[in-house]
Design a protein around this ligand. Structure first.
Ligand code: RBV
Length: 417
């Protein structure tokens, strides 16, 4: 058997979800048709470790249409959509993923995808590529290259390349403008609020939302929370980011002060120990806490457990911690990324561009990967312009172009007042 999923009977429901996503991902679908004709991934074996969602399924089907063999695992214990996993397995695709697997099972699934000796790897958070480097180094020689989807993964792979430890080249898909400037901002903004609302159903208007980290993801969450009528406080460590938040009209405070004021806390930093014991000690009764960063280290759950008298699951993805002094704190999705654990991840329309970048990066590796150094590479910026243009076209939008005279003006240093 080439798969392990929760329940194959969910396949029909999963197929419908995937079809729905396909109807919202025109750029990737156009690349699929081109790939079907040109077979750029023929002969490639791709091991993927990325949230098993309806959007990911569209990517997987596209890779196969372009000639690849694929074996897949999820990249987070709580992000797999079991219906989608069942649909992929029923299509004969090798997939090892189910919602709620343990950490041991998580690595077991990754190992199964490595059994078929990939020539390309695809990561979101770098767990698969680390597993190759840690436990399966003998596989690295035949891997032409890899791709990485997210900020946290790219950061770690750069550190690894800096130490000379990276065994094959990696494309940092996250660093493409058509990824980080859209997926990270609008994707995270909407899907994180989606997760919070599905897990709580609270009214956002009038709430104080504390967003930890004013990077692209934090900015997206802050913008959307403000749009729903919340007053938003940002916490930061970089002076320039803090200034941007202030000039966007947000309050900026250290977390030690914000902790007393927030009704809802969202961590989006990529750093550990953002919410710790001393913060839980001063939070309001009823405070809601969640994380949208890649790893579940931003909220120190051990500190919360220590302060709790009891806990119960009050609704799906929502645990009530009754603290010793009688206050209640609500932890969503066990501190794992709220948008994928409690909702469906980013909407298809924005993943359309992220996964178009993934697809093109893998095609480029299949063609020219052997010529690359063992480094982390960015995709060419022209690709962003092409993808954005294609996206605009599919939205029925057209834009202006410079005339020949205007082009000349760009490099005319004699022009002035
Ligand atoms: N992400 N994928 C989805 N719907 O498949 N939603 C979010 C989806 C990715 C996103 O690109 C981000 O970089 C990563 O999840 C964080 O793990």
């Amino acid at each position: 058997m080439n798969h392990k999923v929760a329940d194959l009977k969910l396949a029909d429901a999963g197929r419908l979800r995937i079809e729905w996503a396909e109807s919202r991902m025109p750029v990737l679908m156009a690349l699929r048709e081109k790939g079907r004709r040109e077979q750029p991934l023929k002969g490639m074996r791709i091991a993927g470790c990325l949230h098993v969602t309806k959007e990911t399924a569209v990517l997987v089907r596209t890779l196969i249409a372009a000639g690849a063999e694929v074996s897949w695992s999820g990249c987070n214990p709580l992000s797999t959509n079991d219906e989608v996993a069942a649909a992929l397995a029923a299509e004969g695709i090798s997939v090892y993923a189910w919602h709620g697997l343990s950490v041991e099972e998580f690595y077991w699934c990754i190992d199964r995808t490595l059994d078929f000796k990939p020539t390309l790897t695809l990561d979101d958070g770098a767990d698969l590529i680390f597993q190759v480097h840690k436990n399966h180094q003998q596989l690295a020689a035949q891997v032409i290259g890899g791709t990485e989807e997210t900020t946290t993964g790219v950061q770690r792979l750069r550190a690894m390349a800096g130490d000379g430890k990276l065994l094959y080249p990696v494309y940092a898909v996250n660093d493409s403008e058509t990824k980080w400037d859209f997926d990270n901002v609008y994707g995270t903004g909407q899907s994180s609020l989606d997760g919070i609302l599905r897990a709580t159903s609270v009214l956002l208007a009038g709430k104080t939302v504390v967003v930890a980290g004013y990077g692209h993801c934090g900015r997206g969450v802050a913008m959307r929370a403000a749009g729903m009528g919340a007053s938003v406080i940002a916490t930061e460590i970089r002076p320039t980011q803090a200034l941007k938040a202030v000039l966007e009209g947000l309050r900026v405070l250290p977390m030690d002060e914000a902790a007393r004021l927030g009704d809802i806390f969202v961590t989006a930093t990529g750093m550990k120990d953002i919410l710790v014991g001393r913060h839980f000690d001063v939070m309001k009764d009823g405070a809601i806490i969640c994380n949208t960063g890649h790893y579940d280290c931003e909220i120190n759950i051990g500190d919360l457990e220590q302060r709790a008298k009891s806990k119960r699951e009050i609704r799906q993805s929502n645990e009530e911690y009754l603290l010793k002094d009688g206050r209640r704190v609500y932890l969503l999705a066990k501190g794992r990324l709220i948008n994928l654990a409690a909702a469906e991840g980013h909407p298809s329309e924005v993943m359309d561009m992220s996964f178009a970048n993934q697809f093109l990066a893998l095609c480029e590796l299949a063609k020219n990967g052997r010529k690359l150094e063992k480094q982390v590479y960015a995709l060419p910026p022209e690709q962003d312009q092409e993808l954005a243009r294609l996206k605009l076209t599919t939205m029925g939008l057209s834009i202006d172009a410079l005339s020949a005279e205007q082009q000349a003006y760009l490099s005319d240093y004699s022009a002035g007042t």
